[in-house]
Write a protein that binds this ligand. Structure first.
Ligand code: AMP
Length: 394
């Protein structure tokens, strides 16, 4: 018998939705919907399981910050006639922050929702959109169980030293910790490894999630040991528009010497930095790779440099590595970045097979390479669907 699971990923300016059909243990994508440009020019596309476009819609963004609610109404209106009469097992939501408490997906109830509201202060740019998606779902699908799946949960296995900042203890106690993000992506990679690369699945792995958001994770015996991201999704690697690791003294300088306030600094670090800030050309890796602008080349140099540097740090805390995995938009598609990163890691025992790398793997290391290097596509929506099925059916 086939039953369905809806996965919702409500972000700050976009809402992704995927409807999965569950046949026994297999999950098949029935629809994949994407609303982009909330707050500016909303655009809604839906594709079927084979990737064919089956619905396209635009609308005028409503005023007074109602963009999200209105977009969710459009999604609900489209989805309603598609939903199976009695087949929806549950709705899985991507929630950026589970705070110190949640180390696994959880069925949503009033107590959990209160906790998640409390964590808005830890992720003010993302958590409110996640919660708006949950509220809208509860309205348009009353009685269907909702499951929260957290980007932070996979990292709750970090040892204390990886979880702290060297600031007064009371701040740690109130939640100022190195949480780590992209956990659903790392968890998906971890649980596919035994099928794809069994020799290293239980070993010491560094995964590079290189997309518009980028981070790296050290994994030992299938559990997260450390992450390049910390308290927020700003830390670690430079990203499309986010700065990555920065000396906090720079923020003091911006405040004291330039008179900048919190909002301005937030906008600078989240929206105008990273590859965009470095290049002045684009936040998009495809455009940077094509560009002849010397600043675009400098942005690529910096990106690769920081990935190599971070891999060295994560390899050190793991005591060496057995596997290096590339994933997400850049990690899965940019042979250039992978080749340059692997070249920078030859000292660690990584030997890239140039042809396999051009063909996007999946294995991109030579047979002699001491470290296995792989390209593995991530699938956070599927991970959420698996969690949702498990949480609701057990
Ligand atoms: P994501 O956030 O995972 O969707 O990744 C988005 C990033 O992947 C953007 O910087 C894209 O330019 C990059 N990307 C996607 N396809 C390619 C490609 N074929 N070559 C280089 N970068 C790519």
């Amino acid at each position: 018998m086939s039953r369905s699971i809806l996965v919702l990923n409500a972000g700050s300016s976009s809402i992704k939705s995927t409807l999965f059909d569950k046949h026994d243990d297999a999950l098949h994508v029935r629809y994949d919907g994407q609303i982009e440009g909330i707050g500016s020019k909303p655009h809604f596309l839906v594709r079927d399981g084979s990737g064919h476009l089956i619905h396209e819609q635009t609308w005028i963004d409503p005023p007074l910050g109602r963009g999200h609610a209105y977009a969710l109404e459009q999604l609900a209106a489209w989805l309603d006639p598609q939903l199976p009469e009695d087949g929806l097992i549950g709705v899985g939501h991507r929630v950026v922050h589970g705070g110190p408490r949640y180390s696994a997906p959880v069925l949503l109830n009033d107590t959990v929702l209160r906790d998640l509201e409390y964590y808005v202060s830890l992720a003010p740019l993302h958590q409110p959109a996640n919660l708006a998606g949950i509220a809208a779902t509860m309205d348009f699908l009353p009685g269907v169980p909702n499951v929260a799946c957290f980007d932070t949960a996979f990292h709750r296995s970090h040892p204390l030293v990886a979880d702290r900042f060297a600031i007064p203890r009371e701040l740690y106690d109130e939640g100022v910790r190195r949480y780590g993000f992209h956990g659903l992506s790392y968890e998906y990679i971890t649980q596919t490894l035994p099928h794809i690369a069994p020799a290293i699945a239980n070993g010491r792995i560094v995964v590079a999630h290189l997309g518009n958001g980028a981070s790296m994770c050290a994994i030992r015996e299938g559990r997260s040991y450390d992450s390049s991201m910390g308290f927020t999704a700003l830390d670690g690697l430079p990203m499309g528009t986010r700065c990555g690791q920065i000396d906090p003294g720079v923020l003091l300088y911006l405040m004291q010497e330039k008179g900048m306030g919190a909002r301005q600094i937030e906008e600078l670090l989240y929206k105008r930095s990273g590859l965009l800030g470095l290049s002045g050309v684009s936040n998009d890796m495809r455009q940077l790779e094509r560009s002849t602008d010397p600043w675009a080349a400098e942005a690529l140099d910096y990106f690769v440099y920081r990935i190599v540097r971070e891999t060295g740090a994560l390899a050190a805390v793991l005591g060496g590595i057995d596997g290096l995995i590339f994933t997400a938009g850049i990690g899965e598609n940019s042979a250039l970045i992978r080749a340059r990163v692997c070249a920078g890691l030859e000292w660690l025992g990584v030997r890239c097979d140039a042809r396999a790398n051009e063909q996007h793997g999946p294995r991109i290391s030579t047979p002699e390479s001491r470290v296995e290097a792989w390209v593995i596509p991530t699938d956070e929506a599927r991970m959420i669907a698996m969690h949702t099925a498990r949480t609701v059916l057990t």
